[in-house]
Ligand binder design. Structure first.
Ligand SMILES: Cc1cc2nc3c(=O)[nH]c(=O)nc-3n(C[C@H](O)[C@H](O)[C@H](O)COP(=O)(O)OP(=O)(O)OC[C@H]3O[C@@H](n4cnc5c(N)ncnc54)[C@H](O)[C@@H]3O)c2cc1C
Length: 416
């Protein structure tokens, strides 16, 4: 089925690069990823073939700066392209986000922040190594931050530690829900850097380290048999006395905490997958009611007024979701205003919750035959449920932050 762009280049005023990368992602995903999606979902297997296709297409380097041989997409450009991928295979788009994030943090985001010249030189030297691996070797990076406590939500120091030793760091810890476990070549983990074993753990000492998947002491454990996003293979990673060389840092020591604080829109990078899923639920419903879904009898159901109303409600929700999302990603920049951050939280909440709402409306509207496993809608429904759970901006935490942000000015409290 040929797909129209989610964001029409002329209506949404896309740049040439945005339009062409979105087209490339949409066409590759519709042609290659969509037919494989059911198998990965059923088996809970990793979309290895999709990654081979992305490597061939140069997409693994989508956010590597052009000066380093990549495609040089900025945050917004990447998000528009990734949403197109999410329409065809949510698990591929979500894992792709983990890979691309390592390039965004080290590329577009840090390029937009002031660093002293020594730190900049050190960073530029270190990132070349990671970029070369991706571009020349097709290597895949992941982003295991979550630990099952308050660290991934941003409230506590990471329990995974990196102790300074000669020539590098000794890493110990555990990461849960680590997408691409057993399939990434490098785990881009956040750890708490310690100069001595007795140092107090502090968020200020968060460091971002690429841990080679084949390093001694790295192991993947537990099974992965979840409701949705089954192809992400988000198993548990254990690091036991893993030696990681100094040059494997993804950012010089001390840089990550300020980059994360100054670039809040980076935490929206989990949303494009779900923007794509939201669009896919709507597209499916329209095609189904018109009797045009491949593999189903050409029965039209569009003549019933209740169906027309349901589709119009879905269209309203989709347009609202697209608009706030597009506006929020257009505002992505370092040190955004409080108003802009609040819009980002509202956008995150809207995409993650509305994707699931649209999926359930789609099933109710299309009816029982639409949720058979031979069709993609039931997978979209299950995959869509996971979006709101993504830390640090879960739907709950977005509401929490929005409420406080609306009712309290910076520094205000009720204690006095
Ligand atoms: C398919 C999938 C793939 C994932 N991939 C990755 C990955 O690659 N890398 C990665 O790092 N993580 C990943 N995650 C993990 C995700 O970000 C969460 O860490 C994970 O879902 C575990 O959350 P939890 O519900 O156990 O968290 P809990 O800490 O038990 O929190 C439960 C809920 O309580 C709320 N909450 C948490 N802390 C607070 C607080 N301090 N105050 C108020 N409310 C709070 C939040 O809304 C949260 O959803 C993935 C998750 C899924 C579902």
């Amino acid at each position: 089925m040929s797909l129209e762009p989610i964001f029409d280049p002329s209506a949404w005023n896309l740049t040439e690069q945005q339009a062409s990368l979105a087209t490339q992602a949409r066409e590759l995903a519709a042609e290659k990823f969509a037919p494989r999606a059911a198998k990965y979902d059923k088996e809970a297997s990793f979309p290895t073939e999709n990654y081979q296709d992305m490597a061939k297409a140069g997409l693994l380097g989508i956010c590597i700066p052009q000066s380093e041989g990549g495609l040089g997409a900025d945050l917004k450009t990447y998000m528009i392209a990734a949403a197109e991928m999410g329409r065809s295979c949510g698990a591929t788009a979500l894992t792709f986000n983990m890979h691309v994030s390592s390039c965004l943090w080290t590329g577009f985001l840090l390029d937009g922040l002031e660093l002293d010249s020594d730190t900049r030189a050190q960073h530029n030297q270190m990132r070349k190594r990671h970029y070369r691996r991706i571009i020349e070797g097709g290597k895949i990076y992941s982003q295991p931050f979550s630990e099952g406590g308050a660290a991934a939500a941003g409230f506590k120091a990471f329990g995974t530690t990196a102790l300074k030793v000669a020539g590098g760091w000794q890493v110990n810890g555990k990461k849960i829900f680590a997408s691409l476990s057993g399939h990434a070549d490098y785990y881009g983990a956040l750890c708490t850097a310690l100069q001595t074993p007795n140092d107090k753990h502090s968020r200020r000492n968060t460091m971002y380290l690429a841990i080679p998947a084949d390093a001694k002491g790295v192991c993947v454990e537990g099974d992965w048999d979840p409701l949705g996003m089954r192809g992400t293979i988000s198993r548990t990673l254990i690091f036991k006395d893993v030696f990681v060389a100094d040059e494997e840092q993804l950012m010089p020591l001390g840089v990550y905490p300020s980059a994360a604080g100054r670039w809040p829109h980076m935490f929206m990078t989990l949303t494009p997958t779900y923007m794509g899923i939201a669009q896919a639920c709507y597209d499916f419903t329209v095609a189904y009611l018109r009797g045009e879904v491949p593999g189903t009898p050409p029965v039209k159901r569009r003549m019933f007024p209740t169906k027309q109303i349901a589709v119009s409600q879905m269209r309203v929700m989709l347009e609202q979701t697209k608009s706030i999302w597009f506006q929020a990603i257009s505002e992505a920049r370092p040190d955004p205003s409080q108003d802009s951050i609040m819009r980002a939280w509202a956008a995150q909440y809207s995409v993650m919750e509305n994707a699931n709402e649209l999926a359930q409306l789609a099933i109710r509207t299309c009816g029982g035959q639409s949720m058979l496993r031979s069709l993609p809608l039931e997978r979209l429904y299950r995959d869509s449920r996971c979006g709101s759970l993504m830390l640090p901006w879960t739907a709950e935490l977005c509401l929490d932050k929005l409420g406080k942000g609306a009712l309290y000015k910076p520094g205000e409290s009720d204690d006095d």
